[in-house]
Design a protein around this ligand. Sequence first.
Ligand SMILES: [Ca+2]
Length: 608
Amino acid sequence: MKSIQPTGCPVPCRLLLLAVGLAVLFGNAPAEAADQGARPNILLLVGDNWAWPHAGACGDPSVKTPTFDQIARQGALFTHTFCQVPSCSAARAVLLTGQASHRLEDAANLWGLFPDHLTTYPELLREHGYATGYMVKGWGPGIYRGQKHTKLNPAGTAYPSLDAFLQEVPEGKPFCFWFGSHDPHQPWNRGDDFRGDLDPDQVDVPPYVPDHPVTRQAITDYYAEVQRFDHECGQMLKLLRQRGQLDNTLVIMLGDNGWQLPRGLANVYDAGTRVPMAIEWPAKIKGGQELDALISFEDIAPTLLAAAGIVPPAEMTGKDFLPLFSGAADVSWRDALFLERERHANVRAGHQSYPCRAVRTDTFLYVRNLMPERWPAGDPQWHWAVGPYGDLDNTPIKQLILEGKDRPEFKPFFQLGFAKRPSEELYDLQQDPHQVVNVADQAKYTGIKNELSDKLDVWMKATDDPRAVDPRDGRFDRYPYFGQAAKAKRADVKKGAPTVPGGRISVALEAPASNYRIRIEEVYDVGSELWAVSVIDRQGDFGAAVITPIRDEIPLTLPINRRLKQKVIGKDWDWGENSDTLQYVDDRAALLREIEQQNGRRLWQRSK
Ligand SMILES: [Ca+2]
């Protein structure tokens, strides 16, 4: 196989340093430098579905991210970081394990099980004397019960805040803390206090979505959440600075995967895989660097371990990138990285995945769709999760395109985001940075296409990809999916409910799979809203009662950070990403009394 060189300068000089001077940091190799006394603290700041280039330092003219920009200024901005797999829990699993997604069994899928035998960097740090914790969203959504990870998220122990965590870290013990925000995950309705002077007329609209007021407003709402996330990160850095701990803390701020636009999340195009990343470590890294090396999420675990003086385990497919900070001219780095996806949401009949493998260089993106007969964004007919074309979450932009898909002005966007795709795609990034014109069939690109295809095959074999042996391997369709079924319409709930308060009702909703039942036991009036007590059973293993407002959603839909808190009766249920925003109570009667007190009025139980 021929090696592929970027058309620009050779690899080492691509490690562009805008720094004031080139000599940087480490007098010794990082692992040697990180002796016991100097082991850094680690703070990982993870935005949820925050895509490149949506930060000031990345060149976005609209969004204001002073915290991110400052980290980049005091350390390094990485311009080519890719999440390896554009799906939330899967990307986080890659980040935690340092391994390519297809090696992680169930954890390659969204809402899967985190296999107990996988080794994570927080676990290794703990073994080497670190305190580890996380807040809000760690690894997830999914299930991590197992002998090793029982009640312990792979990201560490859950804490309500960084402050609460730091108070428990013994003096002199290094720590590793993960802040996983829910921002800027849709629905983009949490950023009102952080809008600043965002103007829908000024935002950049990429060419894969229609330039329409609906799109502009949605992007603006997303930006407001980016700004909220940036603000929260800033508060954490402020706390570390006040405690005098910032200097020897390695801070990484990044997105976990791309945004929830067509061709974004759940797609191997840049909109789904390329994320902002900035790193500072004042004690060791010289500021003002801009690095354009191709970084994969596989690299983060080996890098953090190396910073702590720990040799990364052999199974990690990623590479420690600390040497890039040295500015040495002879640092060799990869000239291509590999992307993939399996099952994101459960949105195809038969619980099918949509397998892709891809290779990204500076100048090309080559995509192989291994089962092109399947729908890339999910079946047009609703299956289990989200809704029609459910690998794209329900946003105003999705609605706009689907409603207009038969009209000439929207049809091209439907084709790009939702229609079936050929088995091979190739994008010429110099001509087409947003990857909307597939040139795989053009004769002049045959050479590069074949080179990249060969390169992909080599990587798949070298990393024990099951699809290297059988491209149509069915295991990713068979791994259990623990995500909730899509919500039914509220109208369905109301149909069975009496219109007069004070009557008891019994409404049965059965989710469209035999192993998962939602039963609404009781409905209560709370002021202008209805609340329901429901019982959820799945496969006979778990059960929980949940009380939650029914406003525009049925009870099992547990929106995050809503004005009304969600409360679960009994703690026997693992809610994945929602678990951190739920409050658990043991006593249903006590909960109902509390709700009465909060609302200043008596609950009326509805019954027939
Ligand atoms: Ca995510």
